[in-house]
Design a protein around this ligand. Structure first.
Ligand SMILES: NC(=O)C1=CN([C@@H]2O[C@H](COP(=O)(O)OP(=O)(O)OC[C@H]3O[C@@H](n4cnc5c(N)ncnc54)[C@H](O)[C@@H]3O)[C@@H](O)[C@H]2O)C=CC1
Ligand SMILES: O=C([O-])CC(=O)C(=O)O
Length: 306
């Protein structure tokens, strides 16, 4: 399979790197609008093949979409990242035009692709892609919840002083500082509810830290994160190309599930070769459902800006 990553910046390049190291494609095409950037990063990454022991070919392209032709999966990371003190929502004015234009160009050459949206504000960019691409809804997947869940698990493991891989936990809702919903009630340490180990105040702090996880990194680094975002995209891509049927929280079009319609929002879905294949419509508590509804309202109001 050929996989295209649009945007050869911090997230796009890390994403391509992870995809290559996991050998998820025969060829990865990295495309950027900045002259030479994608070619340079692609060549640098290809020179790790003998060092890291992978066989995936990588091609760089300065805005030449013919090189992306026939891609099975396309990851869109093009657009500006936030700076310290900004919200993801403030990026909409610039990124909506970029994401729309990129999607049109991609579909001219890869009409059968599954599209993964990473550019922020991700929920609204996913909605935009759904509305403008005409693609079946199962082939449009916004990536945010996998990353947010990875952060949630990491913060829980730090509070528990245990390995992150012993934690199972998920974040649903929007991919925003105030719209994401870490499902503390369902989080477990190898099957044992984390509430057996941590008091309510600690759990609330972990949830709060998770929600501002991206903002915390942006403040520390001066721009937003890329290592965990790139790895999170690769996890999603792997479930598609290997048809693994993993359940991941992803931003998808809801049609009555979780009491919401006409909106793309993060919920648990089964991911396989056809994109998102099934929504796991899990019954939330009344409080969780009320929070989910509030998250949907906030994302809906952002979508109305489009
Ligand atoms: N959904 C998520 O979980 C995450 C989303 N993000 C978002 O991903 C986006 C990218 O972040 P970074 O890679 O850190 O930014 P970056 O600035 O390092 O890279 C963005 C790249 O997009 C390119 N670009 C701009 N317009 C383009 C176009 N029309 N066609 C092709 N390429 C174009 C730029 O030249 C640049 O190289 C941001 O919007 C950021 O907020 C970042 C982390 C996680
Ligand atoms: O925080 C940001 O702006 C980038 C992002 O979405 C994340 O790292 O979660």
């Amino acid at each position: 399979m050929k996989i295209t990553v649009v945007g050869a910046g911090a997230v796009g390049a890390t994403c391509a790197d992870n995809i290559m190291r996991r050998e998820l494609a025969e060829e990865v095409v990295l495309l950027d609008i900045k002259e030479g950037l994608a070619e340079g990063k692609a060549l640098d990454m290809f020179q790790t093949a003998t060092l890291c022991g992978f066989d995936t070919k990588i091609t760089g392209s300065t805005n030449d979409y013919t090189k992306t032709a026939g891609s099975g999966v396309v990851v869109i990371t093009s657009g500006i990242p936030r700076k310290p003190g900004m919200t993801r929502e403030e990026l909409i004015g610039t990124n909506a035009n970029i994401v729309k234009g990129v999607t049109e160009s991609i579909l001219q050459h890869s009409p059968d692709a599954i599209i993964i949206i990473v550019s922020n504000p991700m929920d609204t960019m996913t909605q935009l892609t759904l509305q403008t691409s005409g693609l079946p809804k199962n082939r449009i997947i916004g990536m945010g919840g996998i990353l947010d869940s990875a952060r949630f698990k990491t913060y829980l493991s730090m509070a528990l002083d245990c390995p992150p891989n012993d934690i199972h936990a998920t974040v649903i809702g929007g991919h925003g500082d105030t719209t994401m919903i870490p499902l503390t009630r369902l989080a477990t340490r190898n099957g044992v509810p984390v509430s057996q180990f941590l008091d309510e105040a600690t759990l609330q702090k972990v949830a709060a830290d998770t929600m501002v996880g991206g903002a915390t990194l942006t403040k520390l680094i001066g721009t937003s994160a890329w290592y965990a975002p790139g790895a999170a995209v690769a996890e999603l891509v792997e479930s598609i190309v290997r048809d693994q049927k993993h359940i991941f929280p992803c931003c998808v079009a809801l049609n009555g599930e979780y009491g919401q319609s006409d909106i793309c929002l993060g919920v648990p879905v089964v991911i396989g070769k056809d994109g998102w294949e099934q929504i796991i419509d899990y019954k939330l508590t009344d409080d969780e459902q009320a929070t989910f509804n509030k998250s949907a309202e906030a994302v809906r109001s952002m979508n109305s800006v489009l």
